[in-house]
Design a binder for this molecule. Structure first.
Ligand SMILES: NC(=O)c1ccc[n+]([C@@H]2O[C@H](COP(=O)([O-])OP(=O)(O)OC[C@H]3O[C@@H](n4cnc5c(N)ncnc54)[C@H](OP(=O)(O)O)[C@@H]3O)[C@@H](O)[C@H]2O)c1
Length: 244
């Protein structure tokens, strides 16, 4: 049966690629999302709106009853928004906080004993936006930074599990078309988005090596130091890109 790996949001994009990578390496993948994933993506699917606490708990109970163990939880499901803080509606802010932060924290807490029992891993899909701030995505920057801090502090408190925080940069998925808010993301000519399959292989390797953090692609690391050193330049570039 291999290791039991739960992947949230495995029906598309990064979650789909990550689920397939774990399966390709002999793991049993359980998908939690609303749309049924393609058959080669997961061994088992629970239709769950992750912002619904009862549905989430029912799925956790069913997984533990069926498999008796969990080795890896990949908190991947998430949504972005394109709006300034002034424009963002309270409803969109709530949806983003619930799905991108409260749901992964709640799911992790429910599975913590099971993960401790197997010496398992929590893999949180944060974002490069957690440390390279982008205008008109302020709420997204904030929830992904919160998720990253959740990863770091959880690892401090729970040494019997392994926590991997993952910060992807832009990767072509349905993310932009599904995002909340009224703005369209600007075209950034010359920049090509990365590939979800390559990302999934890097994530799998980082998990095998029990690394604490993966930034993909790596060039976001020097960008991070640059925007910290020269915040005014980052502000000016963002205002220009977003026509603010
Ligand atoms: N693509 C990028 O450039 C990028 C960069 C950095 C970080 N990320 C992060 O990577 C993660 C995956 O994003 P993606 O690019 O793969 O986006 P995506 O293609 O839009 O996939 C989002 C996934 O989340 C699931 N989902 C959404 N709302 C849900 C809900 N209420 N309950 C359960 N599942 C829900 C969706 O499944 P259903 O609709 O079937 O429920 C879908 O499988 C997100 O956390 C995102 O913030 C993406």
């Amino acid at each position: 049966m291999g290791k039991i790996v739960i992947v949230t949001g495995a029906s598309s994009g990064l979650g789909k690629a990550v689920a397939r990578e774990f399966r390709r390496n002999g793991c049993t993948v359980v998908a939690l999302c609303r749309t049924e994933p393609e058959p080669e993506t997961a061994d088992r699917f629970f239709s769950v709106d992750l912002t619904d606490a009862r549905a989430r708990s029912r799925a956790v109970e069913a997984i533990l009853a069926e498999y008796g163990r969990v080795d890896v939880l990949v908190n991947n499901a998430g949504i972005g928004s394109y709006a300034t803080w002034r424009e963002l509606t309270a409803e969109d802010l709530r949806r983003e906080v619930e799905l991108d932060f409260l749901a992964p924290v709640a799911l992790t807490r429910e599975l913590l004993d099971a993960l401790i029992a197997t010496g398992g891993s929590v893999i949180n899909i944060s974002s490069a936006a957690a440390f390279v701030p982008v205008a008109c995505m302020g709420a997204y920057n904030a929830v992904k930074a919160a998720l990253r801090m959740f990863s770091i502090t959880l690892q401090m408190e729970e040494p019997r599990i392994h926590v991997l925080n993952v910060c992807p940069g832009r990767i072509d998925t349905g993310f932009s078309s599904r995002a909340l808010g009224g703005r369209k993301p600007p075209e950034t000519p010359g920049r090509t988005a990365s590939n979800a399959g390559v990302f999934a292989r890097r994530l799998y390797r980082a998990w095998r090596r029990r690394r604490r953090e993966l930034v993909y692609p790596r060039w976001y690391v020097p960008v991070f130091w640059f925007v910290r050193a020269f915040p005014g330049i980052n502000e000016a570039v963002n205002r220009r890109i977003w026509k603010l």
